[in-house]
Structure formats: structure tokens, C-alpha cells
Design a protein around this ligand. Structure first.
Ligand code: AMP
Length: 280
């Protein structure tokens, strides 16, 4: 496994690698969710590349960039054990040199939900992913449905800018109690950790009312709110949204055959948890 810190060296190695080349972009602190992407990418491609980069431009000024968990040595061991060929671990100034001043600005797909709660977040995500696609030129790139709006933003950017990457979405990996794996779960206190599965229970409750025939988005959302409202350690529900699975625009009625995503974001203490279910 080659561990590469510069854009020039990463391009040199990846452009001359056996194809197809699959890329798994991450911010590190790897868990089974990340590894499910790595395993699929390993199986699909001749060359497997991963990146570990805690991207400063996708964090707001009052967010957790400084304390985001970092465990580089362990991450490299895990990637090596999965048969990764190339790992890109650039320092921030390699990606954003002095004077960097060009951005990828996603449109309406990035306006609601996480885009509304975290101004500038998806501009940072789209810009860094565009740069990774350009530096590495993967044939395929793998993303988790856990960050459902992020996948929609990347798919739209990839199409609108003709980047030509096959974007593969992988299912959300969960703890046995339903909590979606996330590097940020490490911030939870033990009480908060006990509360956290309520997010997935709320999504399941919403899905359940839909299965029983409810098609009004407001009433489906209410089922989720009822579960979340019972949890004293949930300090705020940022949103419960039902959106078109591609455009991320809110829907009022869930029509059969038109996929939607039900997405939740809550705050538990200092931790923000997001999750979603799709394909209703
Ligand atoms: P991150 O390191 O949080 O930027 O995540 C890197 C990639 O792993 C993203 O495409 C995430 O959507 C994906 N990912 C994170 N958590 C999970 C999970 N629990 N299941 C599946 N994919 C995940």
C-alpha cells in the first residue's frame, strides 16, 4: 500500500494504475461503515484508492473541526488489511494552498436540511470531492447513504460538471440497536448513547405509518416527531424532512413509485446526529 501526501504524486500513481480504479473518500476515524465501502470498492475494481482528509472547508466556524476524531495509524492499518493500493492523506495546505479561491457551489439540492443547518457545508464537500475526482480520476467512487443529501449533491455535481465518475451509493451500516455508525458517535456520553437509537426508531415509525397506507408527508413526519419528543436528552430536532430522493425537494404527498428520503437531524448534548431511510 502506498501512502501519498502530495496531489502531484497521487495523480502520477493513480493515472498510471490498472483500471478500473475505485475511490473511497473519507475523513478517517474509520469504522465498519467506511469499511463496507472499501470492501465493495475492492471487489469491483483493479485498483483501490482511499483518501483520508478532514476537510476544513466543510466545517462551519462553530463546528467540530478541531476536535474531529483522528486516528491515522489505525486507519492505515485497516485500509492495508482490506487490500487498499493507494491512500491519499494530504495536509490541508496541499489541498488548499495560499490564495485558493475557486469553489463548486451546489444549487437547490443543497439548500434544505443539512444545507440550511450548516451554511457552506456542501460547498466545501462539493469542492473537495471535485478536487479528489480531478486529482485521482477514479472510474468509480463510493459513498454511504448515511449522508443521503451529500450523495445527492455529489451525483448532481458529477452530472452537471460532466466529471464522468460512476457514483456508487452503499447502504447505511448500523449498530445492533439501530444507531447508524458515525465517527461522531465517539463524542456521546453513555446516557446520550442510550438515547441515540431513538433517531432510527423515529425513522422506522415514520416508515411504518407509510406502510400502513399513510401518504400525507405531514402525518408521516408527525410519527417520527412523536418518538423524538419522548426523549429528554434530545435537546433539539433540527428537522424531520420528507424529500424527493434525487432532488432533495420537500414533498407533501408520498406517491407510490416516486422514491423519497425521510431524513432526521437532532442534537444530543454537543453532538449532532443525522440519519435517513429511503426507497419508500
Ligand atoms: P466520513 O468519513 O464521515 O466523511 O464518511 C466517509 C464515507 O463513509 C461517506 O461516504 C459516508 O457516507 C460513509 N459512511 C459513514 N458512515 C457510514 C455508515 N454508517 N454506513 C455506510 N456508510 C457510511
Amino acid at each position: 500500500m502506498e501512502v501519498v501526501e502530495t496531489c502531484a504524486e497521487m495523480s502520477r500513481l493513480s493515472w498510471s494504475s490498472d483500471r478500473p480504479l475505485g475511490l473511497v473518500p473519507t475523513m478517517g476515524a474509520l469504522h465498519e461503515g467506511h469499511l463496507s465501502l472499501v470492501q465493495r470498492a475492492r471487489a469491483d475494481n483493479q485498483t483501490l484508492a482511499a483518501s483520508i482528509f478532514v476537510n476544513p472547508t466543510q466545517f462551519g466556524p462553530n463546528e467540530d473541526f478541531a476536535r474531529y476524531p483522528r486516528s491515522l495509524q489505525r486507519d492505515l492499518e485497516l485500509l492495508d488489511a482490506e487490500g487498499t493500493d493507494l491512500v491519499f492523506v494530504p495536509p490541508p495546505h496541499e489541498v488548499y494552498p495560499d490564495g485558493f479561491d475557486t469553489w463548486v457551489e451546489p444549487g437547490s439540492v443543497a439548500e434544505g436540511m443539512e444545507g440550511a443547518a450548516r451554511p457552506g457545508h456542501f460547498r466545501g464537500v462539493a469542492t473537495v470531492v471535485a478536487k479528489l475526482f480531478t486529482i485521482i480520476r477514479p472510474d468509480r467512487a463510493y459513498f454511504g447513504q448515511k449522508d443521503g443529501q451529500q450523495v445527492a449533491v455529489i451525483r448532481k455535481m458529477n452530472a452537471d460538471l460532466n466529471l464522468g465518475v460512476d457514483v456508487v451509493t452503499m447502504p447505511t451500516i448500523r449498530e445492533p440497536d439501530g444507531l447508524a455508525l458515525s465517527s461522531r458517535n465517539a463524542y456521546l456520553t453513555s446516557d446520550e448513547r442510550e438515547t441515540a437509537p431513538a433517531v432510527y426508531r423515529a425513522l422506522c415509525a415514520a416508515e411504518d405509518v407509510w406502510r400502513r397506507g399513510e401518504r400525507d408527508a405531514g402525518r408521516i413526519q408527525r410519527a417520527a416527531h412523536n418518538i423524538l419528543g419522548r426523549e429528554p436528552l434530545i435537546d433539539a430536532v433540527d428537522y424531520v424532512s420528507i424529500v424527493d430522493a434525487d432532488t432533495m425537494q420537500p414533498v407533501e404527498t408520498v406517491h407510490d413509485g416516486r422514491p423519497v428520503m425521510i431524513a432526521v437531524a437532532v442534537r444530543v448534548g454537543t453532538v449532532r446526529l443525522i440519519d435517513n431511510v429511503t426507497k419508500l
